[in-house]
Design a protein around this ligand. Structure first.
Ligand code: GLN
Length: 538
């Protein structure tokens, strides 16, 4: 499709961070898709890391992994859950990647003696990436979210590149949608528009003129406030969109924005026509989340449990699975380290299921092992993801097989019984960035296993992010004691899925199923787990 035919929406954020720009962008994507348009989503992240793979969850929250092995921003998780946009590493551009390309070119001499500068060389590289994406992923509309907040120095090259790009494709083919905060000041009893005016003014200074304003607010905007925002921010009245904090679930957001006619406004501004959006299925899904028939308590035992964003895709996957069986989930966050001092019967006694997510490093490991043991011994449904599978393996080796020195070489390099060990291919790896076993790989599931019943398929593809693996030297000993290896890599060398016999539901996998769950297509493992929890004590 020629570039001019394609339309572009750039989503910026102002006033403060954490406004839910990613969710707003993804929700608009949902609405446009429901109107029959093909949407591609991408994110520009202004930080200098090449990708977020090397960042701590404290800095960044979850690292979201794509099929092609790209380690990306968690907003890409929203994009995949809210739309059908097929994402690749080309859909998350960071300043780090842009500068790396520019500097590589400089070293090769590609700039033919020129002085290399932010404008035009860095901005050209950003535009080149945008063009390449548009050519490779044909669609009607590309939605690009720009990370950070207007006014950040790091964001400037991206904003300048967007300014030039809009100039090139022509107004009417590209718009800027600005997500802003309209705070309520208690003392004055009023919503305040000044922060929005100022952040729009900042954008105008650099030549960007937002045509749509998404106003995050705790209170209804009211005609006067809408009018004020329209006049002072130079945005048509109908394009001042109220986005109140959702009451129950993030999946209400597209419905809320539809009520505000955001999709109509955007289509009009882009001179596009499309049929109405039929959101019936989406509404049903939201209703099931809001008014479930039953509730079930599920513990997530993690090392970053106090961080909302660290296990985002897991929480979303639980929500999708729960909605599909008409149940609500009461999450019980359990700090793994707390289980090292307090007996699991105190922290886990009321839960109907235990989930141990992925992670790195040895903090809290013994607590997770105790959680896995408790779930095994008490017959409580258990789901282990990545590190969760490794923990379950160590636990079983120690307490069922009597291999008391069992551990992972990640936590004890010289342990006597490394039931979890570094992958062979990792032994010579020294760089930390993008060097794990990453992305989508095939798993073969053994007949007659619970995993086979749960998936209903003998071969699956799941996304990975790890360096360590089950050590095959212990296979026979563990299997003899009832440990079931229910899934392996096609050549049979890597253990991908394990389970226990004589347990209602005890499954763990080396991969991350949470990256492939969608609102109306819950992941089989999560669905199986939540159903088992319901059976246990829901
Ligand atoms: N730290 C473990 C490994 O590298 C598990 C990784 C994870 O949970 N993502 O194998």
């Amino acid at each position: 499709m020629p570039l001019q035919k394609m339309k572009y929406i750039f989503v910026t954020g102002g006033v403060v961070s954490s406004l839910g720009k990613g969710l707003a962008a993804a929700s608009l994507g949902t609405l446009l898709e429901h109107r029959g348009l093909k949407v591609v989503m991408q994110k520009f992240d202004p930080y200098l890391n090449v990708d977020p793979g090397t960042m701590s969850p404290y800095q960044h929250g979850e690292v979201y992994v794509l099929d092609d092995g790209a380690e990306t921003d968690l907003d890409l998780g929203h994009y995949e859950r809210f739309t059908h946009s097929v994402l690749t590493r080309a859909n998350n551009t960071t300043s780090g990647q842009v500068y790396q390309t520019v500097l590589d070119k400089e070293r090769r001499g590609d700039y033919l003696g020129k002085t290399v500068q932010v404008i035009p060389h860095v901005t050209d590289e950003i535009k080149a990436r945008l063009r390449k994406l548009s050519t490779e992923q044909a669609c009607d509309i590309v939605i690009t979210e720009i990370g950070g907040t207007t006014g950040d120095i790091e964001g400037l090259p991206f904003l300048e590149a967007i300014r030039q790009f809009i100039q090139e494709v022509g107004p009417g083919n590209a718009i800027v949608m600005h997500v802003t905060l309209v705070p309520f000041i208690k003392a004055a009893g009023e919503l305040k528009t000044k922060p929005s005016q100022q952040s729009i003014a900042k954008l105008r200074e650099i030549g960007l003129h937002p045509q749509v304003l998404i106003c995050r607010t705790e209170h209804p905007l009211g005609e006067d406030v809408r009018h004020k925002l329209s006049v002072f921010c130079n945005v048509p009245l109908e394009a001042v969109v109220e986005a109140r904090d959702v009451d129950h679930t993030i999946y209400e957001m597209p419905l809320m924005l539809q009520k505000e006619r955001l999709d109509d406004t955007v289509l009009r501004q882009l001179h596009l026509t499309a049929g109405p959006a039929d959101m019936t299925e989406w509404k049903k899904f939201v209703d099931r989340i809001i008014k479930p028939k039953k509730r079930v308590k599920i513990a997530v035992v993690g090392k970053y449990i106090e961080l909302q964003d660290a296990y985002k895709s897991i929480y979303e996957s639980l929500t999708h699975a729960a909605a599909s069986v008409d149940c609500g989930i009461d999450l019980v966050p359990v700090e793994a380290e707390a289980l090292e001092e307090t007996h699991p019967s105190k922290l886990l006694h009321e839960v109907a299921g235990v989930l141990v997510p992925g992670g790195f490093g040895d903090r809290g490991i013994e607590g997770k092992i105790r959680a896995a043991r408790y779930a095994r011994e008490q017959g409580i449904p258990f789901l282990g993801l990545c590190l969760g599978m490794q923990v379950a393996t160590i636990e079983f080796a120690r307490h069922v097989c009597g291999i008391t020195g069992a551990n992972s070489t990640e936590f004890d390099k010289n342990c006597v019984d490394p039931v979890i060990d570094l992958l062979e291919e990792q032994k010579d790896v020294t760089d930390k960035g993008a060097s794990m076993r990453l992305g989508s790989w095939v798993t073969k599931i053994a007949d007659g296993t619970k995993a086979r019943a749960v998936y209903g398929q003998a071969e699956i593809r799941e996304r990975h992010r790890h360096r360590y693996e089950f050590n095959m030297k212990y296979r026979a000993r563990m299997e003899a004691a009832g440990f079931v290896i229910s899934g392996t890599s096609p050549d049979g060398t890597l253990v991908e899925l394990i389970e226990l016999k004589d347990h209602p539901f005890y499954l763990a996998c080396q991969y991350h199923p949470e990256f492939q769950s969608k609102p109306t297509q819950p992941h089989p493992l999560f669905r199986g787990f939540v159903s088992a929890c319901l059976g246990h004590g829901g």
